[in-house]
Design a protein around this ligand. Structure first.
Ligand SMILES: Nc1ncnc2c1ncn2[C@@H]1O[C@H](COP(=O)(O)OP(=O)(O)OP(=O)(O)O)[C@@H](O)[C@H]1O
Ligand SMILES: O[C@H]1[C@H](O)[C@@H](O)[C@H](O)[C@@H](O)[C@H]1O
Length: 380
């Protein structure tokens, strides 16, 4: 039987507002010529899922078309004359041309771009430019750097080009992307190891911090005067989709909570590893999240984020206890195997309250859920 209660959420008081800009999309995953999953996609959906889990408040600017088929907490802008962006991901074609590629992506439908006028008319501490289908324009990013104190950019929003005939995603050099001149006004640029080949890391790190993710090997952070590797967490990968997005959600979420860069990157690695263990948008174990949030609270170094004060001298140094923090996050993963009789869905309904929905056991297949209502398409 399913029971529903509304409970106050004192620990989940929103702590700082982030602007997320990027379209939701429909993802179709294919292998061996057959569809094996259809899910909600788009970096914006993976990041907002992680933010909800970490109790980070955010504003989302995202566009979808009339055919958008997933229920979401943060309503996108509906464009009645457009279709929702759709990506087909072919998992058995990935290694042929490029050893760094784990799949071939095709954008088979595009949605409208996000214009300056679609962005809210107020300031934010953090902005995230996280497009997937070319929807972020140079002028959009320009307005973001004007209204946000610190802008984080996923390079995939800048360097993707789409084959005219079948929509195959190709990457262009960052210099040729039309966004290069804005980099000195960006705080962090995140790229996967495949995407990093399309930029000159040595040049870009002079202007903004660069984070390169390396799949199961964790990530590397480059800034003007140094670089460091951040250790990964183990995972049984079943679907890599969204790992980079969840990484960015965990990373920025950690920074919003006042962590130094190396600790925040660990939180990013943790959410990346949790994402590859599930197909599509991940569901997080309630107890796991509680442990993560407790550990993050204990690690918080600053009462406000470090770059709000303009002092980043300490922020790139691994703070004392970094290894212990990593060990406690790694331990927290042990609780995520579902062995209880009932599964709890923790669904945010309005600011300051969540609705907990207790349902039948998930037999270890489905992780205990927090903060995601994205997993079931609306029945037509
Ligand atoms: N197999 C794995 N095991 C453990 N952690 C992983 C694994 N794959 C990814 N991660 C974590 O997720 C982060 C991002 O992964 P990755 O580098 O594959 O990003 P990506 O290629 O942008 O992903 P995607 O495009 O699928 O969203 C990594 O830095 C790592 O922390
Ligand atoms: O949902 C996915 C995800 O957001 C990936 O990061 C992106 O590369 C894909 O284009 C998208 O379909």
């Amino acid at each position: 039987m399913v029971t529903t209660t509304t409970i106050p959420h004192p620990q989940n008081t929103p702590i700082q507002s982030v602007l997320i800009v990027g379209n939701y999309c429909h993802d179709v995953l294919l292998q061996g010529g057959a569809v094996f999953a259809e899910t909600l996609g788009g970096a914006a959906s993976f990041i907002s899922n992680v933010f909800t889990a970490l109790s980070v408040s955010f504003h989302l600017t995202s566009k979808v078309g009339f055919d958008f088929k997933y229920p979401v907490n943060h309503e996108p802008i509906l464009i009645p004359t457009s279709k929702t962006a759709v990506f087909h991901a072919y998992f058995d074609q990935g290694h042929t041309e490029n050893a760094h590629q784990d799949r071939v992506l095709k954008r088979v439908e595009a949605c409208d771009p996000i214009n300056q006028s679609d962005l809210p008319d107020r300031r934010f501490g953090f902005g995230m430019a996280v497009g997937v289908g070319g929807e972020i324009l140079p002028e959009t990013l320009e307005k973001m750097v004007e209204i946000c104190d610190a802008v984080f950019v996923d390079i995939q929003a800048l360097i993707r080009a789409f084959d005219k005939n079948d929509g195959t995603v190709k990457l262009v050099g960052l210099k040729e992307s039309g966004f290069y001149h804005l980099l000195p006004r960006v705080k962090f640029l995140k790229a996967s190891s495949e995407e990093a080949l399309f930029m000159d890391v040595e040049e870009v790190r002079q202007w903004c911090c660069v984070v390169v993710t390396h799949g199961k090997d964790g990530c590397e952070v480059y800034w003007k005067d140094g670089e460091m590797k951040i250790e990964p967490f183990g995972a049984n990968q079943v679907d890599p989709t969204g790992a980079g997005d969840s990484f960015l959600g965990g990373f920025v979420g950690g920074l919003v909570h006042g962590l130094a860069v190396p600790d925040a990157a660990l939180v990013g690695n943790l959410f990346g590893s949790l994402t590859v263990g599930q197909v599509g948008l991940p569901k997080f174990d309630l107890r796991l999240l509680q442990i993560i949030k407790d550990e993050v609270r204990r690690r918080k170094l600053h009462s406000t984020c470090w770059f709000e004060s303009g002092d980043d001298s300490m922020s790139f140094t691994k703070p004392g206890g970094h290894e212990e923090f990593r060990a406690s996050l790694a331990l927290s993963k042990l609780v995520s195997t579902c062995s209880v009789q009932e599964c709890v869905r923790d669904v945010p309904r309005s600011a300051g309250s969540v609705e907990q929905v207790i349902g039948p056991p998930c037999n270890g297949q489905q992780k205990l859920l927090v903060g995601s209502v994205y997993d079931e398409p609306i029945k037509q």
